[in-house]
Design a protein around this ligand. Sequence first.
Ligand SMILES: C[S@@+](CC[C@H](N)C(=O)[O-])C[C@H]1O[C@@H](n2cnc3c(N)ncnc32)[C@H](O)[C@@H]1O
Length: 198
Amino acid sequence: MKNDKFFKKAGSYDKLDRRVLLARAAASKIKEQITLNKDMHLIDFGSGTGLLLEQFANDVKKITAIDISPSMNAVLKSKNLPCELNILEIDITKTKPEIKADGIISSMTTHHIKDIQKLFKTFYKMLKPNGFLAIADLDKEDGSFHESDTGVEHFGFEREKFVKLAQNAGFKNCKIQDLYTIKKPYGKYDVFLLSAVR
Ligand SMILES: C[S@@+](CC[C@H](N)C(=O)[O-])C[C@H]1O[C@@H](n2cnc3c(N)ncnc32)[C@H](O)[C@@H]1O
């Protein structure tokens, strides 16, 4: 499990309240903006144990969970969700799934990806016309957020630059807003939500 950067965290991942609360906050803000229905197919990128996607399981037909980590995927597999679930255990930077979904959701994952421009182009291809993108991630931080090395490529993002990358990939109606503040004993870390349409 040397290559599984979340191997040590997976078993107790859902036990931290702040992770559950962030996923709930993200889902509720996304649902304020998007009308979901039972014909829809969503992709959760960097789905982990499924904290975000499980908030949508009652609202859509199918969710494709994309995550490189076998241990995080094993936790997700053990959950019984009221929708179709397909887990793709892939590295998105190496494998581009041939999927056309109605929406892509993602929380606390893009900072693990080096080339965000390329990632956004991949997302664009994985969406149907008018499909939506909703990404929650950290605002720029001083590097103190992560206590262990889980493959961090960015210490958060500057919102304007993040939006520009989405626009450059072809996304329209890009909007970024405050979502949540993660409180740790040694600091506070703001999280934004980017929403956009293909
Ligand atoms: C911090 S966790 C977030 C999990 C979940 N979205 C949540 O909010 O609870 C980041 C997840 O992204 C996954 N990940 C990181 N890089 C990836 C890549 N290149 N391709 C697919 N998944 C990746 C990790 O395995 C991990 O499960």
